[in-house]
Design a protein around this ligand. Structure first.
Ligand code: 4AD
Ligand code: MG
Length: 449
């Protein structure tokens, strides 16, 4: 895309080389620190977020990672030469600016800096992104769209979510453990595998899940977790699927099915608690009312079996689902409308779940598998299970699903040498972020989808 005709950067370079600004010796501070200071001399730096002006006066809104602030540049004050440069400044030019900060109710963030001097660090060509641009345009300019207030707020929340996951597991005594990304077996069904050309070797795929190479390690560390990329060749474009997403997974020796479910609920509560504590203003920038997340923190999650969920769909939503069919997006969405917090669904029919899930001892048509469904149509945020620990039962499940047990030899060894009850789950981190930030699409919860 062509952005400019004449080159404004070149045009201003000669002025910059004249260095008409007064070099003021001061340590730059962040915009937030400057506003916390509230008065007196400050030096700040960042990028031009907005600009407007007349022949004597120029208003520049400066942006850094912490906030935005209005700065006024007066011709009288900075002199003709510097004012000429100010006049040429375009959106996204980077500058260092020195001046006096004071409260000003009319300014966008309640403070204004009256400029003594400024220095251009990098001029900007005409920035391609302006107001009201289409989704496609913003996707094409993703590397520049990351600078928007919306993406900045999301990225800060994203960072907090990752920190919360690490906190939770570290506090609970888990070790961080890493599985390979190149894997030789499938974990979650063949249809979404990304096959890799790995030195002509057959059957090498990108990881769909850390799980199968994590289970061997619980015999060493007992309690482990990770946050790592997972890959799914999802062909359909939906608002909740990515081909590359970040997957938070845990696996625990000796854990019961209930233990796994409790960890899922506690982890989600911990994430929401941290975000509400540290990221209220970012939530507001994104238009998410923090109050709508509070039920997740305060109330116990509703829990039901798959069979009970079908009854609820029939009674409350007028939707009939044949027992044995997996819940589709539309049914998950209807169920999520009945609550203002995540719901827990257990005991799915065996045929719709992965081979490694343990048969429910009291209802052999079902498995000890669990899904957590987010409120507000954000879909399945956690999938987990108690694992089948019996070698023969596991082989039988693999065969039923058309897999060759021979290819899973390393995995089956975990059931051969001191098998124990255990379980774990995986959480789609971008689904959590999309829900917390109230995003229209999961694509906006990751820098480069
Ligand atoms: O339910 P899934 O497929 O379960 C597993 O992979 C298990 N091996 C996890 C485990 O027990 N360790 O995936 C887990 C979660 C889903 O609940 C969903 O939140 C997320 O991963 N997920 C996706 N997120 C974004 N884009 C996709 N294409 C996703 N596919 C799954
Ligand atoms: Mg699942």
């Amino acid at each position: 895309r062509k952005t400019t005709g004449s080159n404004p950067v070149q045009g201003v370079k000669k002025y910059i080389n004249m260095r008409p600004y007064k070099k003021i010796k001061m340590e730059p501070i962040s915009i937030k620190q400057a506003m916390d200071k509230g008065k007196g001399k400050v030096q700040i730096r960042g990028w031009i977020y907005r600009e407007r002006g007349s022949s004597k006066l120029k208003f520049v809104v400066l942006r850094d990672s912490t906030d935005i602030i209005q700065c006024v540049i007066k011709k009288d004050k900075v002199g003709d030469k510097l004012f000429k440069i100010a006049d040429k400044l375009q959106i996204e030019a980077s500058i260092t600016l020195t001046g006096t900060i004071k409260e000003d109710k009319r300014a966008p963030t309640g403070y204004e800096v009256e400029t003594d001097s400024f220095e251009v660090i990098g001029m900007s060509d005409k920035f391609p992104i302006s107001k009201d641009q289409s989704r496609e345009f913003l996707d094409d300019h993703r590397h520049l769209w990351l600078r928007s207030r919306k993406m900045t707020a999301m990225l800060k929340i994203r960072s907090t979510v990752f920190a919360a996951i690490h906190d939770y597991f570290k506090q609970q005594g888990y070790y961080e453990y890493h599985s390979p990304i190149f894997q030789a077996v499938q974990c979650e069904g063949g249809s979404t595998l990304f096959k890799v050309d790995y030195f002509k070797q057959k059957n090498v795929f990108l990881s769909q899940s850390w799980q199968l190479y994590a289970e061997p390690a619980i015999f060493s560390l007992e309690k482990i977790y990770t946050i790592a990329p997972s890959f799914r060749a999802e062909k359909s474009k939906t608002s909740r699927h990515l081909t590359e997403y970040w997957h938070a997974e845990m696996e625990e020796a000796w854990a019961t099915f209930d233990d796994i479910i409790t960890h899922g609920e506690e982890l989600l509560k911990h994430i929401i608690k941290k975000v509400l504590k540290e990221r209220k203003s970012e939530l507001e920038i994104l238009g998410r009312d923090p109050k709508t997340l509070e039920p997740t923190l305060k109330k116990k999650f509703p829990k039901m079996t798959y069979t009970e969920a079908l009854k609820l769909l029939d009674k409350k939503c007028g939707m009939k689902v044949k027992w044995g069919k997996d819940l589709r997006t539309i049914e998950e969405d209807k169920l999520s409308e009945l609550y203002d917090l995540p719901i827990i669904i257990t005991h799915y029919p065996k045929q719709v779940k992965a081979f490694y899930m343990k048969e429910a001892p009291d209802d052999k048509k079902t498995v000890h598998g669990v899904d957590f469904i987010a409120p507000e149509h954000y879909g399945e945020i956690i999938g987990g299970s108690e694992r089948e620990s019996d070698l023969e039962a596991l082989k039988k499940r693999l065969e039923e699903m058309g897999e060759k047990p021979d290819e899973y030899e390393f995995y089956l060894d975990t059931r051969k040498y001191g098998s124990i009850p255990h379980g774990g789950f995986g959480m789609g981190v971008e689904r959590i972020i999309a829900w917390i930030c109230k995003l229209d699409s999961i694509k906006d919860s990751i820098p480069f989808p």
